[in-house]
Design a protein around this ligand. Structure first.
Ligand code: NAD
Length: 295
């Protein structure tokens, strides 16, 4: 049976390392990293994400600055807030919680974030440099970065392996494929228009599933011994439990765990890594701002 890649334990370890680095920074430069979070509107899920991010910052000693703007705020006002944070030297990372209300352009708002404070890795300069050989983005999107970190910290060799990524979104699939390629895997991307996905995933030594389709990947989609990173978070109805739903990944865990050699669970796999990578990006931004060398 497949070994479980325990994302929660690995994320906890990373948070410990960040806590130690933050306190070292406090001693050496007298400052700690700062993360600004901008929330527009009162979506329940977004408010929960923002609350979790703020709590995670507090736990490692990162200061958080937050601004909540009303749903009907103008685009100019949101951009003005972003620019205030761009100019604030105590703020090293800026995060705009998505989605934004329809009357506000994500392109305009995300483009206004200084690429040096773009801890979500969504600025076109960071996205562009990730795509360029020989260039290094200042920041990489947190979820795909977390996938690579999970592989490395689980002792999975990436170099020379066949990797398949399901999904081509800007936030997960595309950067995950680019990162795997940078780690010298041979990468294929499968997406919604791929006619024969299972045929392709069966070639994968490493499979990253980010389609947002509950249990899309069955046991027979996998090569025996494959390493499976399941990014999907899907709510499926389950009236046998109080909440009325449970969360499943893009991979049918029950089947996959008999074929794969290593697999991430949902929840408790990639999810906890996303926030850990946000903290790590914020620490990196502060180190760069204060000229602190990487350990
Ligand atoms: P998205 O909807 O933007 O993109 C989904 C991608 O999957 C698209 O590129 C599409 O072409 C592809 N796809 C859709 N159906 C497919 C199919 N049947 N076969 C092959 N490819 C298919 O979603 P996203 O933002 O990339 O997120 C993907 C999943 O990851 C979602 O379940 C989301 O909730 C989850 N997610 C998890 C985290 C985390 O922290 N764990 C973070 C971000 C997203």
């Amino acid at each position: 049976k497949a070994a479980i890649i325990d994302g929660k334990a690995i994320a906890d370890q990373i948070r410990k390392e960040i806590t130690a680095e933050v306190s070292k920074m406090k001693e050496s430069v007298g400052n700690v990293p700062g993360l600004a979070v901008i929330l527009v509107g009162a979506r329940k899920d977004s408010s929960t994400y923002v609350r979790n991010k703020k709590r995670a910052c507090a736990e490692v000693g990162i200061l958080s600055f937050d601004v909540t703007l009303p749903e009907d705020v103008s685009q100019e006002e949101v951009v003005a807030r972003v620019k205030e944070f761009n100019d604030n030297p105590a703020v090293h990372g800026i995060l705009v919680q998505l989605p934004l209300p329809k009357h506000i352009s994500e392109e305009v708002v995300l483009g206004a974030v200084s690429y040096e404070k773009d801890v979500d890795g969504f600025h076109p300069i960071n996205v562009g440099t990730l795509a360029m050989q020989g260039r290094k983005p200042l920041f990489v999107s947190c979820t795909p970065k977390g996938c690579i970190e999970l592989l490395k910290r689980s002792g999975v060799q990436i170099k020379g392996k066949r990797a398949v990524v399901i999904g081509r979104s800007n936030i997960v699939g595309t950067p995950a494929a680019q990162l795997l390629q940078r780690e010298n895997a041979t990468v294929t991307v499968v997406h919604s228009q791929t006619p024969n996905p299972a045929e392709i995933t069966r070639e994968a030594d490493i499979l990253v599933a980010a389609a947002g389709k509950a249990e899309l990947v069955r046991g027979d989609w996998l090569k025996p011994g494959a390493v499976v990173i399941d990014v999907g978070i899907n709510a499926v109805e389950d009236l046998s439990i109080k909440k009325g739903y449970r969360l499943v990944g893009d991979v049918c865990f029950e089947e996959a765990c008999h074929v794969a050699s290593k697999i991430t669970p949902v929840p408790g796999g990639v999810g906890p890594m996303t926030i850990a990578m946000l903290l790590s990006n914020t620490l990196d931004a502060a180190k760069r701002a204060y000229g602190v060398a990487n350990a």
